[in-house]
Design a protein around this ligand. Structure first.
Ligand code: IYR
Length: 224
């Protein structure tokens, strides 16, 4: 390694093998209860929970530590209504023509359509933007790197943090999403990557049986 400023590596807990196995199992048991939710309750959630989850997401590994993300948190009903109207307009085009027959066929077991009432029912919509330019310090306009990868990892951590706080989420990706820049008042060099719908599930929320099938380990991993 070349000379650079350093501090000692963060102390990690000293688990023995049995503890490590138990903890990895417990984490898997907890995270496997995560489900994308399409029926939300309007029950309020403290803003601090969202702030902490975003802080957690902001610790994600990313390109050159430029942290190329912005999380626009929509709480206002007016904004939610505008977002819903614009998203449903895109979705109508998708379901009524733009989507291939193969794509629509793949969505069949999920039962989705262009109606997205949850976009104005859920207490929070977090619009996640990737910053093509930025750098680490406020006001910088440096090139950012691996923006898609960084956003993907941060979004996964955000979803995991919210799940750990007992909240349901839905990754929603109307296509195209450029309308989100205007609604969220974000500059055009930022790319909207997804809307994360956050809240409690409605009392009568359901999930598609299709979503409960997860590939077994020997299908998703190999050992070399
Ligand atoms: N964006 C659309 C369609 C959609 C696409 C995929 I791939 C999904 O996994 C789910 C939905 C919608 O939100 O309905």
């Amino acid at each position: 390694m070349k000379d650079h400023d350093t501090i000692p590596y963060t102390a990690l807990p000293e688990y023995d093998d049995a503890e490590r196995i138990a903890r990895s199992k417990a984490f898997y048991e907890a995270i496997k209860t995560r489900r994308s939710c399409r029926y939300f309750s309007d029950a309020p959630i403290p803003r601090t929970v969202i702030e902490n989850a975003i802080l957690a997401a902001g610790t994600a590994p990313n390109g050159a530590n430029h942290q190329p993300w912005h999380f626009a948190v929509i709480e206002s009903l007016d904004k939610k209504k505008s977002l819903r109207a614009a998203a449903e307009a895109e979705e109508r085009e998708f379901y009524e023509g733009k989507a291939s027959a193969e794509w629509l066929d793949a969505l069949e077991p999920l039962g989705t359509d262009s109606e997205k009432p949850f976009l104005e029912i859920a207490p929070y919509l977090i619009v996640i933007f990737g910053q093509r330019k930025g750098g680490m310090n406020p006001g910088e306009m440096k090139q950012n790197y691996y923006v898609n990868e960084s956003i993907g990892i941060a979004s996964g951590m955000l979803i995991t943090a919210l799940h750990d706080a007992g909240l349901a989420t839905l990754t929603h990706t109307p296509n195209p999403m450029k309308f989100l820049n205007e609604i969220c008042d974000r500059p055009s060099n930022e790319k909207p990557m997804m809307v994360l719908v956050v809240g409690k599930p409605a009392a009568d929320a359901t999930i598609p049986v299709h979503a409960t099938y997860k590939k077994p380990l020997d299908e998703i991993a190999s050992w070399l």
